[in-house]
Write a protein that binds this ligand. Structure first.
Ligand code: FPP
Length: 262
């Protein structure tokens, strides 16, 4: 899987179905509040939206899906809410991993998992072990993840594995660093979706989103599913991805058509 491609160095292959979709699943709390329900009810319904989205990605042929489930900053939430989220992660990992395995889904938890309680760490390890050879959809769940943390841990690990680079920093390339990022082996996301109305990255995949197309919707995450995913993909298909180049460079066939019409 580990083939290095970089949107800042090459023009990646693109197709009408994004190869990699990254999602900030926001709005669970407000979804619940609007229904006079506790915030955690929104997170529970959020799990159903995760399942619908994973299913839709499998059906559509999306190869990589990365979901932001818990940021490095989410520990600042009320302890009861953090605790419910942890219980939910454990429950999903135990209860739903067999179904994911049957669907040929490869599950990877990305983030600093050492901060989690041992029960959750064990559930993560066994779910990853069970699904590690699956290939239909690479499902990355970002948990205790932060983009800055990721770049820092990659830098530390790069220098640990190549101590000579500290004395020869000019030898450091994108490839030397990015092979230590949590999502190494996945192509950079083509499409970033954020539900819940906010228009920010919130310390998600800071390195990998360099040339990703952004899509924001006011809809709350518990209402998300295939129809909204298709709306986002439709918007994505109306973008021209130029990766810093001109239209003519990206679409040489367009230049030929224009020239032959003259
Ligand atoms: C943001 O909504 C959502 C989260 C911080 C948690 C996301 C978790 C899930 C969808 C459930 C579990 C997921 C998996 C992969 C098992 P918010 O609480 O910030 O909503 P608000 O902005 O309306 O308050």
């Amino acid at each position: 899987m580990a083939i290095f491609t970089s949107s800042t160095l090459d023009v990646p292959n693109t197709s009408s179905i994004p190869r990699h979709i990254a999602i900030v699943m926001d709005g669970n709390g407000r979804w619940a509040k609007n229904r006079l329900m506790p915030r955690v009810a929104g997170h529970k319904r959020g799990v159903d939206a995760v399942k619908r989205t994973v299913q839709a990605c499998c059906e559509l042929g999306v190869e990589h899906l990365t979901l932001f489930a818990f940021s490095s900053e989410n520990w600042r939430r009320p302890p009861e809410e953090v605790s419910v989220l942890m219980r939910l992660f454990i429950r999903v990992l135990r209860k739903d991993v067999e179904a994911m395995h049957r669907e040929n889904i490869c599950l990877r938890i990305v983030g600093d998992t050492t901060a989690f309680e041992p029960e959750l760490q064990a559930a993560i390890a066994s779910a990853q072990e069970l699904t590690k050879n699956n290939t239909r959809l690479y499902l990355n769940i970002a948990a205790n993840y932060g983009g800055r943390w990721d770049i820092l841990q990659a830098t530390k690990n790069m220098l640990k594995s190549r101590p000579d680079l500290a004395d020869n920093p000019e030898l450091i390339t994108e490839a030397s660093l990015s092979q230590h990022l949590c999502l190494q082996g996945s192509p950079e996301p083509d499409l970033f979706i954020r539900t819940g109305g906010e228009q920010r990255v919130s310390n998600f995949l800071l390195w990998q989103l360099a040339y990703t197309e952004f899509y924001f919707t006011d809809k709350f995450w518990p209402d998300f599913g295939k129809p909204m995913l298709l709306e986002a993909i439709d918007s994505y298909n109306n973008r021209e991805r130029r990766f810093g180049r001109t239209s003519e460079q990206i679409q040489p066939q367009l230049v030929n058509v224009l020239q032959s019409a003259q």
